[in-house]
Write a protein that binds this ligand. Sequence first.
Ligand SMILES: *Cc1c(COP(=O)(O)O)cnc(C)c1O
Length: 466
Amino acid sequence: MREGLSGEPRFRTIIEPFRIHSVEPIALTTREQREVVLERARFNLFSLQASDVTIDLLTDSGTGALSTRQWAGMMQGDESYAGSRSYQRFRDTVSSITGFPEVIPTHQGRAAERILFSVTVREGDIVPSNTHFDTTRANVEYQGAEARDLVIAEGRDTQSEHPFKGNMDVAALEETISEVGADRIPLVMVTVTNNSGGGQPVSLANLRDVRQVCDRHSIPLVLDACRFAENSWFIREREQGYEDASPLEIAREMFALADGATMSAKKDGMSNIGGFLAVRDPDLALKSRNLLILTEGFPTYGGMAGYDLEAVAQGLWEALDEDYLRYRIRSTAYLADLAEEAGMPTVRPPGGHAVYLDAVRFLPHVPPARYPAQALACALYVEGGVHGVEIGSVMFGKPQPDGTEIPAPMELVRLAIPRRTYTQSHIDYVGEVISAVVARADELTGLRMVEQAPWLRHFTAAFAPA
Ligand SMILES: *Cc1c(COP(=O)(O)O)cnc(C)c1O
């Protein structure tokens, strides 16, 4: 992958900074097989069997490869119910990176969200964020509160090259606070990087501004920190004054501006499962732990095995490795380059963990009510067994009582890159599949939704060709 980042020779390939230690075969299928499979899945890619997928870009969540050091640590996992050595290592690592003294292990990020919102959010509250991730939004709404997205205008413009499109609109935050009153805002969330907004980073300057507003109104600030390491790398690459800072130093500065964080260790924890809630406030930690014991597990393991705690403790350090982050961010940009060269519009600039294809611009003849991004995701599967995910009106459309719905602001297909898993030739293949779909754009007419659940409907909805 040829490089264009500052300070690197342009002629040198950024290689995967690892070699392969164990291999897993992948399925090579025919178009006819994939057509049958997709129909059986009722055009919902969440219903596919993994064995029907050639390149799995559904998510970067928990799908990465572990390192030799993680496996070694896992062999030393301490499965003691209380006071496990592995928990101490986990807690010390999280505290060292985040500066938060209270570390509550959970089985995933959403468990941390549910616990946090259960103890802080009441019915009728508003929780502002740059953009809520789907589980965050659903957990806020489950408490009877409103999840409000306040990303800057550039963050909604798929073509803006703003370096920090994940930033929160600070003026809109102020307006929200004066509109509803600070006592109805139990906390402000900022998602780094902004997953649902295109994997776009948030600057330290923006975090500082948000912090100031929160301070003025005594509102806690909580980071959705799933991709804190990738966000740190973007700050180093793009924010003035941080060119020479290490990703760890930048991460510490980010966390220092917040009162707590929710984390899915399946992302920048470089692990297959796990997460945590980390906070400063001992009272909040106490309430959270009480709920943790009821629903997740004892406070020194949460929802994780001792070996999971070891994998995360090691993985968090590996996520901050400079060689890894340089390769990680460059390999994502490389796929975006391939897509653009093929004539597929993407969200600019590419995000940290994923490339987002812009279905509105690619399929202008398919209206939002016919789910253009879902149609594009299905086409990528039929064409080459590539599994992406719709982030558009299937995920975020709002059904109305009269049977119509308010469409999502964007219709995207996310191609998320699992960490340390695919090589450059796999990504070259994905580029070829995108190219073939571009050639058939006229044939894509969209889908009708024929079944849906009241929450997180994208996981189970069924479709038929429009
Ligand atoms: C994945 C993710 C979550 C939820 O984490 P899970 O481990 O899947 O429960 C929350 N926020 C963001 C930004 C995420 O990417």
